[in-house]
Design a binder for this molecule. Structure first.
Ligand code: MN
Length: 498
């Protein structure tokens, strides 16, 4: 078995999709899923992917990925239809007529997100991430977009090198960090590893080589440790669901190597042992058993159960001196924590409608979104989770495509100061979407703004203060007014030089 790759199905069929759903949701009604497949087949008829296969296989694979993530049929249907409005004659209205407003809303969201492109300007990268989440409006749209991207990465070889690089870089810089913040560990890992080889080919080959050299030996060793722990847990009557080795993801291993002098000997969790137990009490009991067997390294016990990571991740970690003095990391968690660690916010839709989730637990994922922005919306009913923490923000572009994040009703002056104080100070006019506008005109999300600069201008006009919205612009204008008053007084006063 190849521990590195997780390729999409070679011969995806509608039956594979239906069976994948049935395995996880025996009671699901698949009538609409079949209809959506036929609808997509008709819409994409005659279209071919760059790889030479019928286009339909792409939305089908996207839907299979979503089904594997245990998503509900609504999300899977939207996955099947996600490229229809963008790439065919069929409109969103027709999708709405056939599949209802919820599916139409999800498909429209995915289409909208497709327009955000990262061109490699690092200064504004955080804004682009914010814009991505804000434009999605609904977390389910982000999940579908991730599945879509995952399949595109699997077939990236068929695109020209320049496009490969752009898509992979965008995935590393925008998609993966968002997946991480949403607690979707599995998705983040796959997105990163698939992009890694296109963005940093040499580093990818080097990291992979290191792991391949050690993998077999280390795996055999971890297996022995696993058996020893299994025996001891049984002796001590600590129930467990599974013990298994997990191979660290290549990109995350590479990142860690960079922090440790590129020395693989310093990395103790290339393969870690994962212990899944019934409940939190058993987590601590299992930790006790491990520490009884092997001496822990000082300072390496991490209780992410009592103190979860900002993205909601919960687990106990410990690193111990194991058999033959080798160092091994253990990760211990219960099933629910494991599900959350793999799927994050998506774990919410991975339950049958019949099973009710604990609402307070879900709030964590919402809180996580606060890390993306600064406001937070507490929502009880996550089925209706909308990403409206950015409701009062707009996202506009510089002519070069940088994204600037501003409050609602911000003006070209606010924009100018957000880009650079000097541009604000010398602002003489503004073009919005190629049309000259007045300096107090409120901007809208998606506007492209070009500030006309007058190099001879010394500073901002004092009356701009009446309409600017950002504190930054206000303080720049005030500061200049203060300074020019001081300058004026200095000039007006006779010199007292001695
Ligand atoms: Mn697509």
């Amino acid at each position: 078995m190849n521990p590195f790759e997780n390729p999409p199905p070679e011969n995806p069929t509608i039956d594979l999709l239906l069976n994948t759903i049935r395995e996880r949701r025996p009671n699901a009604d698949l009538t609409m899923v079949k209809l959506a497949y036929e609808f997509a087949a008709e819409a994409h008829k005659g279209q071919i992917r760059k790889s030479g296969v019928p286009y339909l296989l792409h939305p089908l694979c996207t839907a299979i990925i979503l089904a594997e993530m245990n998503m509900d049929p609504t999300i899977i249907i939207a996955g099947l239809l996600h490229d229809v409005p963008e790439d065919t004659q069929v409109t969103i209205e027709e999708i709405e007529k056939n599949f209802g407003s919820e599916v139409a809303h999800l498909v429209a969201g995915v289409t909208k997100l497709g327009k955000i492109k990262y061109r490699g300007i690092e200064r504004y990268i955080e804004n682009l991430r914010k814009m991505f989440v804000a434009m999605a409006e609904d977390i389910r749209v982000v999940i579908i977009k991730f599945a879509d991207r995952l399949h595109n990465l699997h077939t990236l070889d068929y695109l020209p090198p320049k496009k490969q690089y752009r898509v992979a870089l965008e995935t590393l810089e925008i998609y993966a960090p968002i997946a991480n913040r949403l607690g979707m560990g599995e998705m983040k890992g796959q997105l990163e590893d698939l992009s890694f080889k296109y963005v940093y080919p040499k580093e990818y080959a080097w990291t992979r080589g290191l792991v391949e050299e050690r993998y077999e030996k280390r795996e055999a060793y971890i297996n022995e440790v696993r058996l020893a722990l299994e025996r001891e847990l049984r002796t001590d009557n600590v129930k467990f669901i599974s013990l298994s080795g997990r191979l660290k993801r290549l990109y995350s291993l590479y990142q860690k190597l960079l922090r440790h002098d590129k020395n693989i000997e310093k990395i103790h969790d290339m393969i870690a042992l994962r212990v899944i137990v019934d409940d939190i009490g058993d987590c601590y009991a299992a930790l006790g058993v491990i520490h009884k067997l092997w001496r822990p390294l000082p300072g390496r016990i991490k209780d992410y159960i009592a103190q979860p990571k900002p993205n909601g991740y919960q687990s106990l970690h410990t690193t111990v001196f194991c058999e033959q003095g080798q160092i091994v990391e253990f990760q211990i968690r219960d099933e629910q924590q494991h599900l959350n660690a793999e799927y994050g916010v998506a774990a919410h839709w991975s339950y049958d409608e019949t099973e009710q989730r604990d609402g307070s637990r879900q709030i964590k994922w919402v809180r996580e979104l606060a890390a993306v922005g600064d406001a937070m919306q507490r929502l009880k009913d996550l089925e209706n989770l909308k990403i409206d923490i950015f409701q009062n923000r707009i996202f506009v572009f510089t002519p070069k495509g940088d994204v600037i994040d501003l409050p609602e009703n911000a003006t070209p002056i606010d924009f100018a100061f957000a880009v650079h104080t000097q541009i604000g100070n010398q602002c003489a006019g503004a073009r919005v979407n190629d049309r000259i506008v007045s300096l107090d005109q409120p901007l809208k999300s998606g506007d492209v703004i070009d500030i006309i600069v007058d190099k001879a201008k010394k500073g901002p006009s004092a009356d701009w203060i009446k309409f600017v919205k950002t504190n930054h612009a206000k303080s720049c204008i005030k500061q200049f007014a203060k300074r020019s008053l001081a300058d004026w007084i200095k000039m007006a006063l006779p010199s007292r030089g001695n």
